[in-house]
Design a protein around this ligand. Sequence first.
Ligand code: C5P
Length: 229
Amino acid sequence: MAEDCLVVTVDGPSGSGKGTLARLLAERLGFHWLDSGALYRVLALAALRRGLSLEDEAGLARLARGLDVRFEASGAGEPRVFLDGEDVTADLRTERCGAAASRVAALPAVRRALLDRQRAFCRPPGLVADGRDMGTVVFPEAPVKIFLDADLEERARRRYKQLKEQGIDANLRGLLDELAKRDERDRSRPVAPLRPAPDATVLDSTRMSIDEVLERALELVSRVQPQPR
Ligand code: C5P
C-alpha cells in the first residue's frame, strides 16, 4: 500500500448503508472512492450480456482481467460506470445484477483477477474502499476499518426506497428474500467471506441516521489523521 495513501475500509452486508457512508466520507476527506461491488456487478453484467455461464470460473476470470470499465465522477452523486464505453450505471443497480454479482464473486479465480485492479485505486491523499473484503483481503493493512451492519428488515426497506427513487420497480418481500439469500452466499463462501476484520470497528446502523454514522466514521479517521480535510 502506498505510504501517501491513507486507506479507510467500509465493509458490510447489502443495504447496510456502506455505499452512502463511503461516498460521503470520501467527499468530506477529499479521498478517492472505490465501490468494489460495482466491479463485481459490471463483471456479472458483462457475463450475462455475453451469455457466459456464471459457473465458468476460468472464462469469468479472463473476462475480469480484460474488462473495459471506467468510473466517472458525477457531481455529488454516485459515479457513473461505463462498460465498453457504454453508461451502464442504471443496469448495475438491478437485483438481477446484484444476485449474479454475488454468484461470480464466490469464485476464487475471479476474486484474484480483480485484486490488482482494486488496489490500483489507492492514490494520494487517500482512499475509501467499500465492499465485503476490503478490510480482510484487499487492504488488510488499512489503519481505519469499519464494518457497517443493520437488521435485515431495515436493509430491505432502505434498498426498496433507493430503488424506487431511482425509478426501478421493486417489491419489498422479494427484496428481503433476495438480500437474505445474497447475504447467506456472501457470508458462507470459502473465499473472502463477509465478516468483520479482527481490527474493524463494528457499527450497527439500524437505528442511526446517516449523519450519525458519518460522524462516528470521521471520528475514527481523526484518530489516525488528526486533521481530516
Ligand atoms: O455491494 P454490492 O451489493 O454492490 O455488491 C454486489 C455483490 O458483489 C455482493 O453481493 C457480493 O457478493 C459481491 N462483492 C464481493 N466483494 C466485494 C464487493 C462486492 O464479493 N468487495
